[in-house]
Design a protein around this ligand. Sequence first.
Ligand SMILES: CC(C)(COP(=O)(O)OP(=O)(O)OC[C@H]1O[C@@H](n2cnc3c(N)ncnc32)[C@H](O)[C@@H]1OP(=O)(O)O)[C@@H](O)C(=O)NCCC(=O)NCCS
Length: 163
Amino acid sequence: MDIRPATPADVEQLIAGVAEHPAAQHHLRARWAIQEGGDGLFLLAHRDGEIVGQTMLLRESKYAEVRADADPAEINALSAVVYNQGIGTAIIRVAEEIAGEWNKPAIGLAVGADNPDARRLYERLDYRPWSGPPVVDEWTEQAADGTVVRTHADECDYFLKAL
Ligand SMILES: CC(C)(COP(=O)(O)OP(=O)(O)OC[C@H]1O[C@@H](n2cnc3c(N)ncnc32)[C@H](O)[C@@H]1OP(=O)(O)O)[C@@H](O)C(=O)NCCC(=O)NCCS
């Protein structure tokens, strides 16, 4: 498995793969824009010529209260196309290495209470609950023309790992 920042061709391929889902296309474009703007890396896992996983690794947490307290790099929107084959673990390992190269003191992520499988994975990889209160993950779904069609606000627990 090879994990590396997205290229324009990778992003086009991913966007073509969700042609019927404008909201997903917007998220992919937003991740690319963050990488282009220098605020993070859109990391993709490649295996046998296929993109099998992804995450957005941010230089700063999305959550102001976490930034103020621990200043971690942050893993957002981690996903694997098939589960339980080590893809998520491999992406997290590379994200941790990069965050270390950025001289960040820690790396963190938010996980929903309804996601025990992801939580178990992070705990095994030595992520521990942040001392602060739950964070609220706010995100939007957009139509093809960019109009926001739905706004979400999901309460999540925040996990940290010192680097
Ligand atoms: C969370 C997610 C990214 C984890 O990715 P993954 O590739 O399945 O993770 P891994 O395979 O590295 O680890 C998961 C399990 O497989 C096991 N595993 C790891 N490497 C393995 C391998 N090579 N072969 C078999 N099993 C393996 C792990 O021990 C772990 O076991 P567990 O279920 O007892 O905890 C994935 O489940 C996902 O995309 N979920 C939907 C989106 C989501 O919820 N994202 C997280 C938001 S916080």
